[in-house]
Design a protein around this ligand. Structure first.
Ligand code: HEC
Length: 155
């Protein structure tokens, strides 16, 4: 009888272990919807492909604040601000390892990136969860990028 349960238990252990602990994710996301809720029923939408971006120096603090608010409602269940992976990769250093335009397209044009971009696909292989398109507008994506730059220590 004991052996009959093993594959099931193993499957759960693998699912939980794949990208960090589930408890950790749940704690970070107390008020936000769960990743499952965000993924469920998501249509595949091809967002706009972003080809140009305006960079600021110094950072636009109003965008940073706006980006933080969007992060807390739409991204926090899956992304931490340090380098720890929960469902998706932690954001620490993301603006150093990725081009600004790449990040913008990952946010707005998620499905196309996951279908076609080798770097995005590498992350998908690691995380085993497909990042859902969050229907983020280009302006909001730009604010999120500003918040990520601030999180990476830019002023
Ligand atoms: C349901 C979980 C989930 C949500 C919600 C989510 N993401 Fe993701 N994200 C992922 C996963 C998983 C990956 C890795 C690629 C993959 O597996 O699809 C990822 C990858 C990324 C990457 C690339 C990171 C890197 O290091 O290459 C960026 C940038 C990103 N997400 C931004 C966002 C933003 C901005 C939001 C909120 C608007 C968001 N994500 C919401 C799961 C999520």
């Amino acid at each position: 009888m004991k052996t009959r349960h093993t594959p099931f238990v193993l499957a759960i252990a693998l699912a939980l272990g794949a990208c960090g602990s589930k408890e950790e994710a749940e704690e970070a996301a107390k008020k936000a919807p769960t990743p499952g809720e965000l993924i469920a029923g998501q249509p595949i939408v091809h967002g706009p492909e972003i080809k140009e971006i305006e960079m600021t120096k110094p950072l636009d603090q109003i965008w940073v604040e706006g980006g933080k608010a969007i992060y807390e409602t739409k991204c926090l269940p899956c992304h931490k601000l340090d380098d720890k992976r929960i469902v998706g990769p932690g954001w620490a250093g993301v603006t150093k390892r990725r081009e600004a335009l790449w990040i913008m397209n990952m946010i707005c044009n998620t499905d196309k990136m996951l279908n076609e971009d080798p770097e995005a696909q590498k992350q998908l292989e690691l995380c085993l969860v497909r990042m859902p398109n969050q229907n983020v507008s280009v302006e909001d994506a730009r604010k999120l990028l500003e918040f990520m730059r601030s999180n990476d220590g830019e002023n």
